[in-house]
Design a protein around this ligand. Structure first.
Ligand code: AMP
Ligand code: GLY
Length: 416
């Protein structure tokens, strides 16, 4: 099987490693990829955002399947262009990608499907915002409606900050939703979907705040671990039954079937599980830990989803080890990330048992490897139990240096 993978981040490096490990995958291409992906795939020029360009490349390369990593090309309709060219694609249509592209749309579908989520109000101006903030009270949850790379959400007790976040969104011409605060631990569950059937992967948890102790601003994600020893043993089945399957069925009824990865971001509250958000692609950095443990062939799984044959796909096999990943971010992230700093020590980290490094924002500059984005890389540790995996991830991180790079020291701490 020949596969073209679209994307450039840590999630795509993790996808590339798992696709490359599938014995049926003979040729792996990546557009545009990154220096880590280049070790297992042939890089293809292009930004991956333009459907025609991706479809042309897929035809020229003669691939059987296109796998789209990030949300932006999905929302822009890249999967539609690939399918129109007669090539199978793992990733939803632009219409179905609105589950992530618009939080208001996602709320509407959840309401129709009877999926439990926080009560929410859509606001178009400051007056509506003030009314909604007064109705829900603190802690305030204010979310930009469109795509914002994980940075469009403010959760705060400070009314002025909640109002200011809203004012910034309105000033850009956007709309927002205000919703009920959900307490309780968060779980990310990835569901592979073929329009009708849902196959869940192993649950993971990510760490969204920039600083230790869940302080600082929200980021794209600073670390993750899987499995979740504290979660109910049947969490995946519960989420499929209460959330993923009803959503996939509702999307089919609406005439916009969902084929691809439905990322269910959940809070396990005292009143039961609630959806915090949907994404329409693998999570970053949860993918780095989930796929590190997957023993079933990923290429065959994604192809079965893309061609409507998931019902025949047997139960998934998992490594019994736990995985923990810690993200190294560049100076200034998430506000304004500095680029061009030299990264050293990756080889030394990977010499340690049970450690591998995932590239995200890295680039080659002559002989050296430099930072080229906010989240630069992630160190993944595998071990018997979360504590052992965590120790390995941090031992690996200590070998790596990046001027003024920063990472959290409490990823998966006390989660064993
Ligand atoms: P989202 O982009 O919707 O996933 O929000 C980003 C993060 O903000 C989530 O992972 C939560 O940590 C937090 N968050 C979002 N919605 C809520 C909510 N209703 N109650 C509490 N925290 C939330
Ligand atoms: N880790 C959160 C996300 O991928 O949206």
């Amino acid at each position: 099987m020949k596969i073209l993978l679209i994307g450039t981040g840590g999630r795509e490096h993790a996808l590339a490693l798992a696709l490359n490990a599938d014995p049926q995958v003979t040729d792996l291409y990546a557009m545009p990829g990154n220096p880590g992906i280049a070790t297992v795939a042939q890089l293809v020029p292009g930004n991956g955002q333009d459907g025609e360009q991706v479809a042309q490349a897929a035809k020229r390369l003669g691939v059987d399947l296109v796998v789209v990593g990030p949300e932006a090309p999905l929302v822009a309709g890249v999967a539609d262009a690939v399918r129109a060219a007669g090539i199978a694609c793992f990733g939803p249509s632009a219409a179905a990608a609105q589950l992530e592209g618009s939080k208001a749309f996602a709320k509407e579908v959840m309401q129709q499907a009877g999926v439990p989520t926080a009560r929410a109000l859509t606001c178009h101006n400051q007056g509506e915002l003030d009314d909604a903030l007064a109705e829900f009270g603190a802690p305030y949850v204010v979310k930009e409606d469109g795509l914002a790379a994980g940075k469009g959400v403010v959760v705060t007790d400070d009314l002025a900050q909640a109002r200011q976040h809203g004012a910034d969104i309105f000033a850009r011409g956007g709309k927002l939703i205000v919703e009920e605060f959900l307490d309780g631990p968060e779980v990310s569950l990835f569901c592979v979907c073929d329009g009708k059937t849902v196959v869940p992967l192993a649950p993971a948890q990510d760490f969204k705040r920039a600083l230790d102790g869940d302080k600082g601003p929200n980021t794209g994600g600073m670390g993750a671990y899987s499995p979740l020893p504290w979660a109910p043993a049947d969490i995946a089945e519960q989420v499929v039954a209460q959330v993923a399957l009803p959503t996939v069925q509702q999307m089919a009824r609406r005439g916009t079937p969902f084929t691809g990865l439905l990322y269910c971001g959940l809070a396990l509250t005292s009143k039961g599980l609630r959806v915090v958000e949907f994404n329409v692609r693998f999570g970053d950095p949860e993918t780095q830990v989930v796929l590190a443990r997957l023993r079933s062939p990923l290429g065959q799984l994604l192809e079965a989803a893309a061609t409507g044959k998931l019902a025949g796909f047997g139960p998934l096999a998992w490594d019994e080890q736990a995985a923990v990943c810690v993200v190294l971010a560049s100076a200034g992230y998430p506000k304004k990330a500095r680029k061009g700093d030299e990264i050293t020590g990756i080889d030394q980290a990977e010499q340690l048992a049970g450690v591998h490094v995932i590239h995200a924002g890295t680039a080659r500059e002559g002989e050296s490897l430099v930072s080229s984005g906010g989240r630069v890389l992630a160190v993944v540790g595998l071990g018997q139990g979360v504590a052992a995996a965590r120790a390995r991830a941090y031992a690996g991180m200590e070998k790596i240096s990046l001027p003024q790079g920063h990472y959290r020291s409490d990823i998966a701490k006390a989660k064993a």
